[in-house]
Design a protein. Sequence first.
Length: 128
Amino acid sequence: MVYENYYKALGKLLYAVAKADGVVSKKEQETVRTVVKKHLLDLEDSTDNFGSDLAYLTEFEFETYYDQDFTSAEALEEFLTYYTTNKKHIAKPLSNLALLIAVDVAKAVHGINKAENEIINKLAEVLV
């Protein structure tokens, strides 16, 4: 399957969660790399022009938003806009996976804080 834009949107979501408290920690960055390898690489068989698995777009998009210092709200809004526009094309297991890995990133540093919890709750409402 090819979900190139989904992977990019997922990177925005994970950035939104990591940036929720105003700071993206090294631990959160490491967790994003881990969840891409653990949960996404096996889902995607397609590669880009350089031979990289398209699932790495999640990590790339996360890093791009980090480098450009987007706000959590901006990144979350972009994910939600993408998701609501394309919901009918996204398999339910991928929606569930988005919530699962967002929680993983939220838990990365001292558990889920209030700002991260708000994002997780909003996400759970939208993904249902």
